[in-house]
Design a protein around this ligand. Structure first.
Ligand SMILES: [Zn+2]
Length: 275
């Protein structure tokens, strides 16, 4: 029955035949762990529902699914095309996160003085505004994989809790890579510079790149910034130099990756061959 139907459709024209043969949902790839990202393709114009993850699904069929730090163990995807439906369950590796204790920070950087709150708030707004400037489906991310922006010791992990000078603070949803001041920082994936902010209270000099499909990445505490807002960068281009600006105890890069507003773990998105 099914075979006959395919033959009839194919007689109607080559394009109809191609549509018939294309699976509604191609293989889902990526890192299936809390903080990871899943990606793949559906047929164009298909619809997708995902529970427990943040999804960006473009009319071309390309999709990215961000798995939050607390994503459930089982994540169900339902894809609907013309008269077809596909289901897929992703098994998400559950993680436990560390707590780090950092002492010796200047007191005013841990619990900022009330007079600084408006400045901190306006810097948060600038970051949010930059993130909202994503090109969305106007720029397709075929493969959300990164090279390291800089090589060095990982001095801060994704999801770790921080107790600063004995005061519990929000979790660290990025990774820190320690490297000497002045080390070149590379764009780990092509993108457009949507923020090049000077001397932010927390992040110091920081750059945000928009890679498309709401995938953005952030580089903070830079000594110098060598790109400006609106610049296009290719993977491997130098964007700045390692520093210790903002709230920092030594030269390092704070590297954050977001899908929409969901912080993900860059160390789960490294290009094969990067260890
Ligand atoms: Zn950090």
């Amino acid at each position: 029955m099914g075979f006959k139907l395919v033959v009839v459709v194919c007689l109607l024209g080559a394009s109809a035949c191609a549509v018939q043969r294309q699976p509604l949902l191609s293989a889902v790839e990526g890192s299936m762990a809390q903080g990871g990202i899943a990606y793949g393709k559906t047929t164009p114009e298909a619809e997708m529902a995902v529970r427990g993850g943040y999804k960006v699904h473009c009319p071309s069929g390309h999709f990215l699914i961000g798995l939050p730090s607390k994503a459930p163990q089982r994540l169900d995807m339902i894809v609907r095309g013309q008269a077809k439906k596909a289901k897929k369950r992703l098994n998400v590796r559950q993680r436990s996160y560390k707590t780090e204790y950092i002492d010796g920070l200047p007191g005013k950087k841990v619990l900022p003085d009330e007079s600084l709150w408006p400045r901190i708030q306006s810097e948060r707004e600038m970051i949010k505004t930059a993130r909202a400037q994503t090109q969305g489906c106007g720029r397709i991310v075929e493969e959300p994989t990164f090279i390291y922006p800089v090589r060095g010791r990982i001095s801060g992990e994704y999801g770790s809790g921080r107790v600063l000078n004995g005061v519990e603070r929000s979790r660290h949803f990025a990774i820190d890579i320690a490297a000497p001041k002045g080390t070149k920082v590379l764009a780990p994936l092509s993108g457009r510079v949507v923020l090049a902010g000077h001397e932010f209270f927390y992040g110091g000099n920081m750059i945000m790149l928009d890679h498309g499909m709401e995938l953005t990445s952030l580089y903070a505490h830079l000594d110098t910034m060598l790109v400006k807002e609106g610049d296009e960068v290719a993977r491997g281009d130098v964007i700045g130099e390692v520093g210790s600006t903002g709230r920092s105890t030594g030269p390092h890069v704070h590297w954050g990756v977001y899908l929409g507003g969901v912080p993900l773990d860059p160390s789960l998105m490294l290009f094969q061959g990067e260890e």
